[in-house]
Design a protein around this ligand. Structure first.
Ligand code: NAD
Length: 249
């Protein structure tokens, strides 16, 4: 088992790539905190993990709320003892039809970018005390390049995640804390997708992918697993695209 006895918080774990990551981590021996706003969907992920013999608990968490982060970490320590792994995955789509909407900029930066900082600041002091930890921040191909159907606030938020990852990697490497970013390409539509859920738009997006298909959520979960695990013990501050070659063009 690649994460035996590790304690992992996965945000946005009620759905999509977060749910796949939480499930894979539990299969690999981690005790997993399924953190999300969606209580019923999160509880269903926990139930499925437990049914397969894994350990998990649901934590209601709004990742943009600093106080809720403190509570989530305190609850995790009370239940499981410490936090070894944080996967900052929760997010909202930027495929908004009004590309110049100011509220969308604020929402994107708050939920997709500030949340990642809040998550890191909530877990790092404990990781420093225990002598290490691994943080994986989920950015996107949109953290590298712009797209026609994506609000620039999404690109800015994912670019912020990419660079905050490097800053944290440099600042906390001496404490044994590794921080890396994963950049999914075109994946199944998010719950909040608008333009990118449209079949015509998706066809165009997929035609730009060298692999010729969208990604599967498990393919991102496996990248998260490697970076979270001790197999990646000398890897910090890197970017891992999981994009079927999109960024290689
Ligand atoms: N789907 C894609 O094509 C794609 C591509 C690149 C990157 N991403 C990124 O991957 C991550 C996961 O996306 P997904 O495709 O699994 O989407 P999803 O919509 O299926 O899941 C996102 C989860 O985040 C949760 N969430 C949203 N706001 C939250 C908040 N304030 N607090 C706590 N939880 C919150 C949602 O409830 C949901 O369970 C996101 O950061 C997204 O930006 C997605």
């Amino acid at each position: 088992m690649r994460l035996k006895d590790k304690i992992a918080i996965v945000t946005g774990a009620a759905s999509g790539m977060g749910a796949a990551t939480a499930t894979l981590f539990a299969n690999e021996g981690a005790k997993v905190v399924v953190a999300d706003l969606l209580a019923a969907e999160g509880a269903a992920v926990v139930t499925a993990i437990e049914a397969s013999g894994g350990a998990a608990r649901f934590q209601k968490l709004d990742v943009s709320n600093e106080g809720e982060w403190s509570q989530a970490v305190a609850d995790t320590i009370a239940a499981y003892g410490q936090v070894d792994i944080l996967i900052n995955n929760a997010g909202v789509s930027g495929s908004h039809p009004d590309l110049l909407n100011t509220d969308t900029w604020d929402e994107q930066m708050n939920i997709n970018a500030k949340s990642v900082f809040l998550g890191m600041r909530a877990v790092i002091p404990g990781m420093q005390k225990q002598g290490g930890g691994s943080i994986v921040n989920i950015s996107s191909i949109s953290g590298f390049v712009g797209q026609n159907f994506v609000h620039m606030g999404y690109n800015a938020s994912k670019g912020a995640v990419r660079l905050a990852t490097k800053a944290a990697a440099v600042q906390f490497a001496g404490d044994g804390i590794r921080v890396n970013s994963v950049h999914p390409g075109v994946m199944p539509a998010m719950r909040t997708s608008m333009m990118s859920a449209d079949p015509d738009v998706r066809r165009k997006m997929i035609s730009a992918i060298p692999a010729g298909r969208e990604g599967r959520v498990e393919e991102v979960a496996y990248a998260n697993l490697f970076l979270a695990s001790d197999e990646a013990s000398y890897i910090t501050g890197i970017e891992v695209p999981v994009d079927g070659g999109y960024l290689a063009r």
